[in-house]
Design a protein. Sequence first.
Length: 271
Amino acid sequence: MNMSEIGQVQAYLLHYRMIERHPQGRPRRPARQGLLAERDAEELLAGATDAEKDRLRQLLAGLGLRLTILEDSEYPGISPGNCLYLLQRHADGHLPDILSRQPALEALRLRQESQALLSVWYLQLWLLLLALLYTRYNRALSDVSRYQEATFQIDELVDSVQRHLEHLRQHADQGDQRELIETLVNARGDDISRRCRAFVGIMQRAGLIEKAADGDEVWQQTLLGALDTAETGLHHLRHLIDEVLPPLPDDTTQTEDHSMTDVDDDSEKSE
């Protein structure tokens, strides 16, 4: 790859986060304005020398990102002969301002909510989704190979949010957070369903979940989603959980604490 082709592969990864040699359950992505076709991006990576891949990795490292290459024997669910190129975040890396969280927050916006409220909605939905993908399967964050088991329906996420908000409503005296909590629990009509669907869309576009073969309303975690969760865990959000948010119901809180320990242990080993 020359530098122009390295830049094109980087652009593809920044947009889709994953390149597959033989995609399962979907056609290869065609070329679009400003982006290579998936076939071309994969062929460039497959034919790249170690030095060329190192140059790509150096470019990504400057953005707090890294390239992970997985062959068919490394995890279940990767078909024979397939190869995955995944874009992941460095657990301790700093993302530049250009890679903003703003689009994700805007996708959750229903009215003129504050950034603080949207951030709290995002975090609540994220933690409750983790409970669906991990807690009920008795699965630690480090259990990457079990990602194909982790399925859920949007109605289940909606029900989890409703039960969680009812828990908050019954324990509404939360000091400095009381006004924010009251705003959450007083969500109008179908707001919860709309936010849950918007959040699922955010996760899908990020490559963290995908439609399962079982039906239109069934979603499952992707290998990229499992790897991201295992390697970053709650590392970047622990200060928000400890200092800003009220506790989740007991069963969810206990599992998250256990999973955080698993991630910390893995991080120490990798260092």
